[in-house]
Design a protein. Structure first.
Length: 192
Protein backbone atom coordinates (compact mmCIF):
# COMPACT_ATOMS: atom_id res chain seq x y z
CA UNK A 1 0.00 0.00 0.00
CA UNK A 2 1.49 3.38 -0.99
CA UNK A 3 1.61 6.49 1.15
CA UNK A 4 -0.97 9.18 0.68
CA UNK A 5 0.66 12.36 -0.66
CA UNK A 6 1.00 14.49 2.44
CA UNK A 7 3.91 16.69 1.49
CA UNK A 8 4.93 18.66 -1.58
CA UNK A 9 8.55 19.58 -2.25
CA UNK A 10 9.36 22.35 -4.72
CA UNK A 11 12.92 22.57 -6.09
CA UNK A 12 13.95 25.95 -7.50
CA UNK A 13 16.86 27.18 -9.60
CA UNK A 14 17.35 29.81 -12.29
CA UNK A 15 16.35 28.30 -15.66
CA UNK A 16 14.79 25.03 -14.45
CA UNK A 17 16.91 23.07 -16.93
CA UNK A 18 19.87 21.89 -14.80
CA UNK A 19 19.94 21.90 -11.01
CA UNK A 20 16.30 21.95 -9.89
CA UNK A 21 15.18 19.24 -12.35
CA UNK A 22 18.05 17.03 -11.18
CA UNK A 23 16.99 17.49 -7.56
CA UNK A 24 13.33 16.95 -8.46
CA UNK A 25 13.93 13.73 -10.37
CA UNK A 26 16.38 12.23 -7.87
CA UNK A 27 14.11 12.99 -4.92
CA UNK A 28 10.97 11.77 -6.70
CA UNK A 29 12.65 8.50 -7.71
CA UNK A 30 13.69 7.76 -4.13
CA UNK A 31 10.86 9.16 -2.03
CA UNK A 32 8.01 7.40 -3.80
CA UNK A 33 4.34 8.23 -3.53
CA UNK A 34 4.42 9.80 -0.05
CA UNK A 35 5.90 13.04 -1.38
CA UNK A 36 5.07 14.99 -4.52
CA UNK A 37 8.22 16.61 -5.95
CA UNK A 38 8.14 19.44 -8.49
CA UNK A 39 10.53 22.07 -9.80
CA UNK A 40 10.46 25.53 -11.36
CA UNK A 41 12.81 28.32 -12.33
CA UNK A 42 13.15 31.94 -11.25
CA UNK A 43 13.76 32.84 -14.91
CA UNK A 44 12.69 29.55 -16.45
CA UNK A 45 13.44 28.60 -20.00
CA UNK A 46 9.82 27.54 -20.26
CA UNK A 47 9.14 24.29 -22.09
CA UNK A 48 12.80 23.38 -22.58
CA UNK A 49 14.09 19.93 -21.64
CA UNK A 50 16.88 19.36 -19.16
CA UNK A 51 20.25 20.54 -20.49
CA UNK A 52 21.97 17.61 -22.16
CA UNK A 53 25.02 17.44 -19.85
CA UNK A 54 22.77 17.28 -16.78
CA UNK A 55 20.36 14.84 -18.44
CA UNK A 56 23.30 12.51 -19.11
CA UNK A 57 24.26 12.54 -15.43
CA UNK A 58 20.66 11.97 -14.31
CA UNK A 59 20.34 9.05 -16.72
CA UNK A 60 23.64 7.58 -15.47
CA UNK A 61 22.16 7.67 -11.95
CA UNK A 62 19.35 5.41 -13.17
CA UNK A 63 16.63 8.06 -13.46
CA UNK A 64 14.85 8.90 -16.72
CA UNK A 65 14.97 12.66 -17.52
CA UNK A 66 12.93 12.37 -20.73
CA UNK A 67 9.66 14.27 -20.91
CA UNK A 68 10.73 17.03 -18.54
CA UNK A 69 9.70 20.60 -19.50
CA UNK A 70 10.92 23.70 -17.65
CA UNK A 71 8.34 25.79 -15.76
CA UNK A 72 8.32 29.33 -14.45
CA UNK A 73 8.15 29.73 -10.67
CA UNK A 74 4.81 31.13 -9.53
CA UNK A 75 3.77 32.33 -6.10
CA UNK A 76 0.99 29.72 -6.04
CA UNK A 77 3.59 26.95 -6.36
CA UNK A 78 5.48 28.30 -3.35
CA UNK A 79 2.31 28.72 -1.30
CA UNK A 80 1.26 25.11 -1.95
CA UNK A 81 4.69 23.61 -1.17
CA UNK A 82 5.46 22.17 2.24
CA UNK A 83 9.19 22.46 1.57
CA UNK A 84 10.99 24.70 -0.93
CA UNK A 85 14.58 23.73 -1.84
CA UNK A 86 16.51 26.35 -3.77
CA UNK A 87 19.97 25.93 -5.23
CA UNK A 88 21.38 29.20 -3.85
CA UNK A 89 20.98 31.69 -1.01
CA UNK A 90 19.92 34.40 -3.46
CA UNK A 91 17.12 32.15 -4.75
CA UNK A 92 16.10 31.36 -1.17
CA UNK A 93 15.84 35.12 -0.50
CA UNK A 94 13.87 35.67 -3.72
CA UNK A 95 11.38 32.96 -2.75
CA UNK A 96 11.01 34.65 0.64
CA UNK A 97 10.28 37.96 -1.07
CA UNK A 98 7.78 36.33 -3.43
CA UNK A 99 5.92 34.57 -0.60
CA UNK A 100 7.06 35.86 2.81
CA UNK A 101 5.05 33.21 4.66
CA UNK A 102 7.26 30.51 3.05
CA UNK A 103 10.49 31.66 4.72
CA UNK A 104 10.37 29.01 7.49
CA UNK A 105 10.01 26.19 4.98
CA UNK A 106 12.50 27.45 2.38
CA UNK A 107 16.12 26.27 2.43
CA UNK A 108 18.89 25.76 -0.04
CA UNK A 109 19.21 22.08 -0.94
CA UNK A 110 22.64 21.80 0.69
CA UNK A 111 21.51 23.69 3.78
CA UNK A 112 18.52 21.40 4.30
CA UNK A 113 20.60 18.25 3.76
CA UNK A 114 23.21 19.38 6.26
CA UNK A 115 20.58 20.23 8.83
CA UNK A 116 18.76 16.88 8.56
CA UNK A 117 21.87 14.67 8.22
CA UNK A 118 22.17 14.04 11.99
CA UNK A 119 18.60 12.77 12.28
CA UNK A 120 18.10 9.03 12.22
CA UNK A 121 14.98 7.52 10.70
CA UNK A 122 13.62 6.68 14.16
CA UNK A 123 13.92 10.37 15.13
CA UNK A 124 11.48 11.34 12.38
CA UNK A 125 8.22 9.74 13.53
CA UNK A 126 5.25 9.45 11.26
CA UNK A 127 3.37 6.81 9.40
CA UNK A 128 4.25 8.11 5.95
CA UNK A 129 7.26 9.56 4.17
CA UNK A 130 5.37 12.83 3.87
CA UNK A 131 4.76 13.02 7.62
CA UNK A 132 8.40 12.23 8.36
CA UNK A 133 9.53 14.89 5.89
CA UNK A 134 7.27 17.46 7.58
CA UNK A 135 9.00 16.62 10.88
CA UNK A 136 12.41 17.18 9.26
CA UNK A 137 11.29 20.58 7.95
CA UNK A 138 10.37 21.60 11.51
CA UNK A 139 13.73 20.35 12.84
CA UNK A 140 15.70 22.13 10.09
CA UNK A 141 13.85 25.41 10.70
CA UNK A 142 14.67 25.21 14.42
CA UNK A 143 18.40 24.93 13.56
CA UNK A 144 18.48 27.80 11.06
CA UNK A 145 20.80 30.00 13.15
CA UNK A 146 23.58 27.40 13.26
CA UNK A 147 26.44 27.90 10.78
CA UNK A 148 26.87 25.00 8.35
CA UNK A 149 29.36 26.03 5.66
CA UNK A 150 28.78 26.16 1.90
CA UNK A 151 25.10 26.09 0.98
CA UNK A 152 25.01 26.98 -2.75
CA UNK A 153 25.06 24.49 -5.64
CA UNK A 154 27.02 26.09 -8.48
CA UNK A 155 25.14 26.84 -11.68
CA UNK A 156 26.84 24.70 -14.36
CA UNK A 157 24.80 26.00 -17.32
CA UNK A 158 27.12 26.98 -20.16
CA UNK A 159 30.17 25.90 -18.19
CA UNK A 160 32.57 22.96 -18.32
CA UNK A 161 31.88 19.29 -17.80
CA UNK A 162 33.68 19.64 -14.49
CA UNK A 163 31.10 22.22 -13.35
CA UNK A 164 28.29 19.80 -14.23
CA UNK A 165 30.10 17.04 -12.33
CA UNK A 166 30.43 19.23 -9.25
CA UNK A 167 26.82 20.44 -9.34
CA UNK A 168 25.45 16.94 -9.88
CA UNK A 169 27.65 15.50 -7.12
CA UNK A 170 26.33 18.12 -4.67
CA UNK A 171 22.74 17.47 -5.70
CA UNK A 172 23.18 13.70 -5.57
CA UNK A 173 24.79 13.75 -2.16
CA UNK A 174 22.20 16.15 -0.73
CA UNK A 175 19.26 14.14 -2.06
CA UNK A 176 20.85 10.95 -0.71
CA UNK A 177 21.18 12.52 2.74
CA UNK A 178 17.58 13.72 2.72
CA UNK A 179 16.27 10.36 1.54
CA UNK A 180 18.52 8.53 4.01
CA UNK A 181 17.09 10.59 6.88
CA UNK A 182 13.67 9.41 5.73
CA UNK A 183 14.66 5.77 5.42
CA UNK A 184 14.15 5.67 1.65
CA UNK A 185 15.87 2.99 -0.38
CA UNK A 186 18.35 3.57 -3.17
CA UNK A 187 20.65 5.77 -1.10
CA UNK A 188 24.26 5.02 -2.00
CA UNK A 189 26.36 7.94 -0.80
CA UNK A 190 27.71 8.71 2.64
CA UNK A 191 26.09 11.32 4.86
CA UNK A 192 27.71 14.67 5.62
Amino acid sequence: MSDVVRCTVLCVCTGNICRSPAAELLLAARLGDGVQVESAGMRAQIGRPIASPMAQRIRAAGVDPDGFAARQLLAAMVRSADLVLTMSRSQRAAVGQLVPSAADRTFTLLEFARRVAPFAVDETPGASTGERLATLVTHAASLRRMAIGRVDVIDPFGRSSRAYDRAFADIGRATDVICGALGSTGVTQDRW
